[in-house]
Design a protein around this ligand. Structure first.
Ligand SMILES: [Zn+2]
Length: 449
């Protein structure tokens, strides 16, 4: 099988270039129907039963291989990509899929087309070498991941039976700075809201500030009640449902490799928040919730000075949540907090409310991924008990009892969402081999549920 993959390397790279040359920018509705059809056609040519499921947004492309098999593995991916600007910072056109120095450069190649094609190539290789897959394989490829998976819950609600699987390989995965593959076993949740504070019905000459309330000050006072400088979030009840760490969690954290020095150097910083280092740093990164001001806007911020009393102030804030915090509950605790602190006039507009999700390290799928990583890469992977990022793992997997594990073909310098997004060709080929090995190994393991 591994030899077969090596022999077909050029063909698989061409597949990846072809799909990367098709733009699919969800935020700008560019190339979305074309890419959905392209993905569906590739899966059909590989022998899948396919359908494009319409949603209120872009379609979800589904594919099933060997549905007669009882044991099943689900792959979750997305065909949409981020906008490519600032385009002037790209060294080759973002949709040219140019190969330079062993890397392929394209918008979406790391996030997420490289992973999608590696998984499809693994199915191709497996079927050619062994005649059939060892288990049922299902693909869910959505078109809205980069704009918040807006309609994935709607899709998952309507297709719960079809989705049922013994495990799911999640969309992303990276190699660390030292070339070590990283396996992550969950995602943080999210409560994202915009706070809007209004004053007079128009901007005013700032001489009026003597007697007219300034919404920018009010918003800042409100924000300052949310968190103290030592990072404690002050919303009553915010931490109540945070699950305590188990001995196993601490063990996994201790073994998790996090390159502090290279991260600081890359970011031009001297230290992490609160001077954290070692285990407490890793614990905060993985297991602590956050409260972040993502954006703040009011009044005049252009060139020179303008003495203005703004009529409105806006802040976008996100909370990254950990098990077992509930985004809807956090949302109402925040409302209650603002009311109790005298800010009942501040409007809250919710954007994303996503639950956290986690799979235990002893779960058979996790064991299978970790064991095969050692076989294929010849080294111990580093395990992230949860990714500090967020994704719709709860709606697609956790609430249906499906364990989910993230592993993939990206690297620490893949530049996701940024100019010169890339993956190493070698990582792509290894990723294909890894997926083939996971299918083989997981098919033989005891049932996970
Ligand atoms: Zn992305």
């Amino acid at each position: 099988m591994l030899e077969f993959i090596d022999r077909h390397r050029d063909q698989y790279i061409t597949w990846l270039q072809d799909i990367c040359r098709q733009p699919s920018v969800a935020a700008q509705n560019r190339g979305m129907t074309e890419t959905a059809s392209l993905v569906e056609n590739i899966m059909r040519d590989l022998g899948a039963e396919t359908k494009q499921v319409e949603t209120s947004g872009y379609p979800v492309v589904c594919g099933t291989f060997q549905k007669e098999k009882k044991k099943s593995l689900l792959f979750y991916n997305h065909y949409d990509v981020q906008p490519e600007d600032p385009i002037e910072l790209w060294e080759s056109p973002p949709f040219a899929a140019e190969i330079r120095d062993g890397r392929i450069y394209a918008r979406g190649v790391a996030d997420n087309k490289g992973n999608l094609m590696a998984r499809l190539a693994a199915v191709h290789a497996y079927r050619h070498v062994r005649g059939e897959l060892p288990l049922q394989v299902k693909f869910v490829v959505e078109g809205e991941e980069e704009i918040g998976s807006v309609h994935l819950e709607e899709f998952a609600d309507r297709h719960q039976d079809w989705l049922q699987a013994d495990g799911c390989i999640w969309e992303f995965g990276y190699k660390n700075a030292d070339g070590r593959p990283q396996v992550s076993l969950g995602v943080k949740g999210m409560c994202y809201v915009e706070l809007v504070c209004r004053g007079a019905n128009t901007d005013l000459h700032s001489a009026n500030a003597a007697i007219i309330e300034n919404p920018a000050w009010r918003l800042i006072w409100a924000l300052s009640t949310l968190k103290t400088p030592d990072e404690k979030i002050q919303i009553a009840g915010f931490y109540d449902k945070v699950a305590p760490l188990t001995a196993e969690d601490i063990n996994v954290l201790e073994n998790m490799i996090y390159s502090e020095e290279s991260t600081l150097a890359k970011l031009g910083l001297r230290s992490f928040l609160l001077n954290l280092t070692g285990l407490p740093l890793k614990e905060k990164l993985i297991f602590q919730p956050t409260c972040t001001i993502c954006g703040l806007e009011s009044g005049y911020t252009g060139e020179g000075s303008k003495t203005v009393l703004p009529s409105v102030a806006r802040a976008k804030i996100d909370f990254r949540l950990v098990p077992n915090q509930d985004p809807h509950e956090i949302h109402s605790l925040l409302r209650k907090h603002l009311d109790q602190h005298g800010f009942s006039d501040i409007e809250m507009i919710p954007y994303a409310l996503e639950h956290p999700a986690r799979t235990e390290i002893v779960n058979p799928l996790a064991v299978s991924v970790l064991e095969t990583t050692k076989q294929i890469y010849g080294m111990e992977p580093t395990v992230m008990p949860m990714s500090p990022g967020t994704g719709p793992m709860y709606v697609l997997c956790q609430r249906l009892g499906i364990p989910a594990v993230s592993v993939g073909v990206g690297n620490f310098a893949s530049n996701n969402h940024a100019p010169n997004e890339n993956i190493l060709l070698e990582d792509y080929v290894q990723g294909i081999k890894h997926i083939a090995a996971i299918m083989d190994d997981f098919a033989k393991r005891g049932n996970s549920q």
